[in-house]
Design a binder for this molecule. Sequence first.
Ligand code: NDP
Length: 511
Amino acid sequence: MAEDGERGKEAARRARPAAAAGALSGPGTVLSTERGWQYAPAPEARDIVSIRPEYGLFVNGEFTPAATGRTFATVNPATEESLAEVALADAADIDGAVAAARTAYDQVWGPMPGAERAKYLYRIARILQERSREFAVLESIDNGKPIKETRDVDIPLAAAHFFYYAGWADKLQYAGFGPDPRPLGVAGQVIPWNFPLLMAAWKLAPALATGNTCVLKPAETTPLTALLLAEVCQQAELPPGVVNILTGAGETGAAVVAHPGIDKIAFTGSTEVGIAICEAVAGSGKKLTLELGGKAANVVFDDAPVEQAIEGIVNGIFFNQGHVCCAGSRLLVQESVADHVVERLRHRLTTLRLGDPLDKNTDIGAINSRQQLDKITELSAAGEAEGAHRWSPPCELPKKGFWFAPTVFTGVSQSHRIAREEIFGPVLSVLTFRTPEEAVTKANNTPYGLSAGVWTEKGSRILWMAQRMRAGVVWANTYNRFDPASPFGGYRESGFGREGGRHGLAAYLNV
Ligand code: NDP
């Protein structure tokens, strides 16, 4: 994660006077118009990536077509260009992958000493670092997120997860789970499209470190980096069957979840699907962890350093186009400074650059899919219809692809849908409060409980707030900071179980 505040300074350093304010700087790059300057195009070369026309499933260490021969297209959301046809896994493929994972678990990976398993994880981590540019470019193309985020956040954090859990593999007896904690067996893992490689790393690294084998289902709209990770598994000479990757749609995910040969399910995605998975595994004896949605409060007190808080607010909701389960989508700002904070926020938003995800200056990339764009559009329209005031900086959206301008709603009340429902897009709802007690009440007035932020110069107030806000993660004077050593997970409709850190081991051990 870029340092809070650094983004703004870096942007200012690189800014140049505009020949024509608001002009396009290149195909697909659209500039904010208010500041009167523009950026030269800085496109990342995409030739480091070679996208194949077709991809198979990764089963038992080999790429193989789906048994039915069916495929689906994955598209670049910034251009709507079809990138590749990807195999669509169904029941027979899942049977094959689960059988391969079971054999690998029984014969190779389960009995292997932790120190030996660690060597493979370190190898994967190092290869991810070596091939980081390739991964970053591919992730930006398939997902639509800006290259500076894939380059500086997604890929380094994915490698860091493998490094971190490699370190645990031979120390499980000291992790606080008894003298000889045992793996669960075969893990079925279903991941979303917002951080495709990073979520794969969050799932695979702890599972492998603890001695489980895996059947992973990436999201339909973002399968390519998971398949490149499969190539990394081959390159690292991971024994066949230890990691299996089955591409497909929701039905493939549901069939993985329901498969009787799987011992544990780990899911990240919507609360709706999380509930369906709970029902599907109930009574089956499968262990389950769910990381679901959120509607986090980012609380700004009147003594907060405003410019620093502005960077935290921007990072909280506009990072990754707001496709973040822990996004600070509700800004709660103390009434006495609300006008000033909103004015500074609007000013800052006029400097954000929306456009080509492969341009190194881009702050806001494409929305991942038309379906998600429709959801954001519908909820934003509901915000207006319910009486909130909508504002976006002046910016022209590219004609092709899926785009949504950064949007701020003021005059939001707690009953509005935009204050209650997860929008999962670059849309911020601003509410106000007068007292710390009111801030806590409003922050907790949500069925979710994944994350929260607090901005104040008083350490005592940070601790007071953190004790009272019902959220799995509370950031203080920062936002959206992640570290593999730090557990992450939610309360209530945000799910249960923790990923990351020592706690993340428990999800894959028989404890
Ligand atoms: P989903 O929950 O549908 O997708 C997450 C993953 O689950 C995908 O791999 C999906 O496959 C798979 N899946 C879908 N249906 C099932 C099922 N019945 N059983 C098992 N797996 C299934 O999220 P969406 O992509 O539909 O996004 C909808 C909303 O969910 C977003 O607007 C956002 O609010 C929220 N969301 C939250 C995320 C988070 O990090 N907490 C991440 C993504 C979305 P496929 O992609 O092939 O359909």
